[in-house]
Design a protein around this ligand. Structure first.
Ligand SMILES: Cc1cc2nc3c(=O)[nH]c(=O)nc-3n(C[C@H](O)[C@H](O)[C@H](O)COP(=O)(O)O)c2cc1C
Length: 368
């Protein structure tokens, strides 16, 4: 039914307008208790065997909503109602900003992909922190907070901007993510170089510890799929050295030609980050490489082209404790998480592993 609806309604709309419309419906449904309970019962059934623990946090399952969908923390309960076991809000920047001019989101339907150059449109760390502080949660969902650099802040002052966000948001974050991998903020991805990343992560760690003194907020870094293999290794080593809690692999890609895309070439050449099915292979490869390097010392989060339970299962076998999705939600609709959970539980039952945790990294351990 969703696929017919998508063809008839969403596909004819500007992708960003369709996003806002769907988002409004989700938020509305989550505000009506009877509807919310009904939808959650239908779309978010719990499977005991999928219970997951990551960096000390307990979740109903491993599957969460990737950053960028709920940038301003306005629909956490709504997304939880749709079956996401954790919701990563953001990217939130130090200051509020409008993002890039529209049109800035494109659907590559034939490739089940998206290109976006949103440019971190968000309400800023002060407003989002105030929203989280006064939020009355209906569902007990793990909330990750993803932070990035304000566009107008010079690169030399990036650390201060991240620290400002961390100080404001860490008290409300179940985990905190330093995003250095979006392609749509000039210079952001150069922060992935170890000599820049070390002081940044150290300062954010200290800021989080300062403001959330009675609790150690798990700290993760989110990386790009476009890093060279040696740079992936260097980030992995740095994460171990700094005692980071996790690495999220991956953000969107700036690659195009080598992906064999079938959509209209004019669309394919739009500037921005590509996500969805064509990203699958590289995201999996980066994850596998990370796991081979860090093993169980650091929790890995797999994201990029996860469309179904099989994709999620492959990420888990490659080393992911958690998995996330965004683009496939646009194409699959409200049953995305439900189908993924059901399939994942079935996959685990027929596997040689007693628990999901046993399956994490099993494929990589076999080959090392
Ligand atoms: C429209 C759009 C906006 C995004 N915004 C952000 C963002 O603000 N911060 C971030 O870390 N990732 C952002 N992402 C990247 C996703 O979180 C995810 O890493 C990427 O899309 C790969 O997953 P997918 O193939 O399931 O979409 C965005 C992705 C899309 C499609």
């Amino acid at each position: 039914m969703y696929k017919i609806f998508f063809q008839l309604v969403f596909r004819r709309m500007d992708p960003e307008a369709a996003h806002h419309l769907a988002f409004r419906w989700i938020r509305l449904a989550a505000r009506i208790p009877v509807l919310r309970t009904f939808v959650a019962a239908a779309l978010a059934p719990r499977y005991k065997e999928l219970r997951t623990e990551a960096f000390g946090l307990r979740m109903h399952g491993p599957f969460g909503l990737a950053a960028g969908f709920d940038k301003n923390a306005v629909a956490i309960d709504g997304m939880s109602m749709l079956g996401f076991d954790h919701v990563e809000i953001g990217t939130v920047t130090g200051e509020a900003q409008p993002g890039n001019p529209r049109k800035r989101m494109f659907r590559l339907v034939a490739d089940r992909a998206l290109i976006n150059r949103m440019g971190f449109n968000n309400d800023g760390s002060l407003a989002v922190a105030a929203r989280l502080a006064t939020r009355e949660a209906v569902f007990r969902t793990v909330v990750g907070v993803n932070i990035g650099k304000t566009k107008v802040v010079p690169e030399a002052e990036a650390v201060g901007d991240y620290v400002k966000s961390a100080e404001r948001l860490a008290p409300y974050a179940d985990y905190l993510v330093v995003n250095v991998s979006s392609p749509n903020t000039p210079g952001l991805r150069s922060l992935q170089a170890v000599d820049q990343l070390r002081p940044l992560l150290t300062a954010v760690r200290e800021a989080a510890d300062r403001v959330a003194a009675n609790r150690r907020v798990p700290l993760l870094v989110k990386i790009a799929p476009d890093l060279a293999d040696e740079d992936v290794d260097a980030v992995a080593d740095l994460a171990v050295e700094l005692g980071l809690d996790g690495i999220i692999a991956t953000n969107t890609t700036i690659a195009r030609d080598e992906l064999g895309l079938r959509s209209d070439p004019a669309l394919v050449q739009e500037t921005g980050g590509l996500s969805g099915a064509p990203l699958k292979a590289r995201s999996l490869e980066v994850l596998r490489r990370l796991y081979a390097r860090v093993g169980d010392r650091i929790t890995l989060v797999g994201v990029g082209g996860i469309e179904n339970a099989e994709d999620a299962w492959q990420r888990i076998l490659a080393g992911a404790t958690l998995v996330q999705g965004y683009s496939a939600f646009v194409y699959e609709g409200p049953f995305y998480a439900r189908a993924l959970h059901k399939g994942l539980a079935a996959r685990l039952r027929t596997s040689p592993y007693a628990t999901l945790a046993d399956a994490v990294g099993a494929d990589v351990r076999k080959t090392v």
